[in-house]
Ligand binder design. Structure first.
Ligand code: CDP
Length: 228
């Protein structure tokens, strides 16, 4: 793997924010526009939760989870995720794994085990990443840091519509309660909590569309490029 000084010349746009804020969609579209690589860091915590579940490891067993996270054989290919050669793209996106991911993500043992893997996604010509600690911990030298959020009610409404459009059952009150408990866990944990750092730009999307959010990020990137 390239060393840090080589890597730091490769631009990173870090988009952090709470669940269902739309950061993944915005990050992917920004990456497409700029022809940059895209990496969804939340997928790693979902994979840890999924593999732990399969192996009967409790989501609160920090030591075992840390060992498991060190030895994952993950492959990302286009928009698909493979673990030990098995396609698990949809399996890791279930509501159960969303909750599991936010539980396994509280353990420093798990977060430390995933550090190098996350840094390895930094490749030319550039990288757009989304998560909770992309700008605050993993890519502190990102050229642009965005904190993308929306009110929890709006986020619950968006997730509700998403599920209904997919023909799935959805209960707004349940979704709202799940989001609230994940927000709380992500924001109040001691390891890499979700925070807006002083150098991150706040992007409140309660009243703005995905297209507008993408435009704002691209403008901010252009401006950051012009800075001496
Ligand atoms: O898609 P959504 O925002 O609901 O979740 P995600 O980005 O796939 O992340 C799943 C869980 O992983 C979150 O609830 C966080 O607890 C955790 N996570 C994290 O701790 N750090 C990251 N950089 C990304 C996700």
């Amino acid at each position: 793997m390239a060393n840090n000084s080589t890597l730091s010349t490769i631009p990173v746009i870090a988009i952090d924010g709470p669940s269902a804020s739309g950061k993944g969609t915005v990050a992917q579209l920004v990456a497409e526009k700029l022809n940059f690589h895209y990496f969804d860091s939340g997928a790693l915590y979902r994979i840890v939760a999924f593999e732990a579940y399969k192996n009967n490891i409790e989501w609160n067993d920090a030591e075992m989870l840390g060992e498991l996270a060190k030895n994952l054989k993950i492959q990302f290919s286009r928009n698909e995720i493979y673990l030990d050669g098995e396609r698990i793209t949809e399996a890791v996106r279930s509501e159960e794994m969303s909750s599991g991911a936010s539980q396994v993500a509280t353990h420093p043992q798990v977060r430390n085990a995933l550090l190098d893997l996350q840094c390895s996604f930094r490749k030319a010509p550039g990288l757009v990443v989304d998560g909770r600690d992309m700008g605050s911990v993993i890519f502190k030298d990102a050229v642009l840091k965005i904190f993308l959020t929306a009110s929890v009610e709006i986020r619950a409404e968006r997730r509700y519509k998403q599920l209904i459009n997919k023909g799935l059952n959805a209960n707004y009150a349940q979704i709202l309660a799940d989001l609230q408990s994940r927000d709380e866990r992500d924001s109040w944990r001691s390891a890499a909590p979700l925070i807006q750092t002083a150098d991150a730009l706040l992007l409140e999307t309660s009243k703005c569309s995905i297209e507008e959010a993408v435009k704002l990020v691209l403008n901010a990137y252009e401006i950051s490029n012009k800075k001496p």
